[in-house]
Write a new protein. Structure first.
Length: 221
């Protein structure tokens, strides 16, 4: 089960990287010292779909075996597959300005079309325990762990279990001491590219020189 969950997460992250950039760095996790590969969206989308479909028998339903919406369950796989099939035609021809996109292409497993698969996997979710929130913004509440719409989420909760953390909820510099909720971790540091940082060095040197000169003048040295 845990191996299947890890494979599902790998597929999820690769898919989202391809969705953003149409390429993703990859090393075969089952081969020691595997070379770096650059995956392309148009050729990798079918492999990702096949990978996720293959692990479904080894995943459990949400709520079984102490799973929750922070674990990659069968329902997480259904949602990911529906998304991948919905976008499969675009992945294969995204840079063709005149493309009509073939949304009725035969599915990866040769059973129906892309849209048939979208309907199939979304139906599995609709017929399950999920439902729309009466207030959409409740999905973003601090205590949204039991939200009826949440199928899979990256859980950020400081519950002191296995050194839990809230790295995705780091506060910006201005809110470092004003976290909400109070157990979120904050930072008074900042991040900047070195090239940009060094553009300030000349200004800082001028300021230091000016301050030093003024001190010397005041002291009469």
């Amino acid at each position: 089960m845990f191996l299947a969950e890890a494979q599902g997460l790998l597929a999820l992250y690769v898919y989202n990287t391809l969705d953003l950039f149409n390429q993703a760095p990859y090393r075969d996790p089952f081969t020691a010292g595997a070379p770096l590969e650059i995956l392309q969206g148009e050729t990798e989308i079918d492999n990702l779909i096949a990978d996720v479909e293959s692990i479904i028998p080894n995943l459990v339903n949400l709520g079984e075996q102490q799973t929750y919406n922070g674990r990659f369950t069968k329902q997480a796989a259904y949602a990911l597959l529906a998304d991948m099939y919905l976008n499969r035609a675009v992945f294969k021809d995204r840079y063709n300005a005149s493309s009509s996109f073939n949304f009725t292409e035969t599915a990866v497993d040769n059973n129906g079309s892309d849209m048939d698969k979208v309907i199939y996997y979304t139906s599995l979710l609709i017929d399950g325990s999920f439902s729309l929130e009466s207030n959409y913004f409740k999905n973003f509440d601090i205590d949204n762990g039991s939200g009826s719409e949440i199928i899979f989420a990256i859980v950020q909760e400081n519950d002191n279990i296995r050194s839990s953390d809230n790295d995705f909820a780091y506060m910006s510099t201005g809110r470092a001491q004003k976290q909400t909720p109070p157990d979120n971790r904050g930072t008074n540091g900042s991040c900047v590219e070195p090239e940009f940082y060094y553009t300030w060095m000349e200004i800082m040197m001028i300021l230091v020189f000016t301050v030093t000169t003024n001190i010397v003048m005041v002291l009469g040295l």
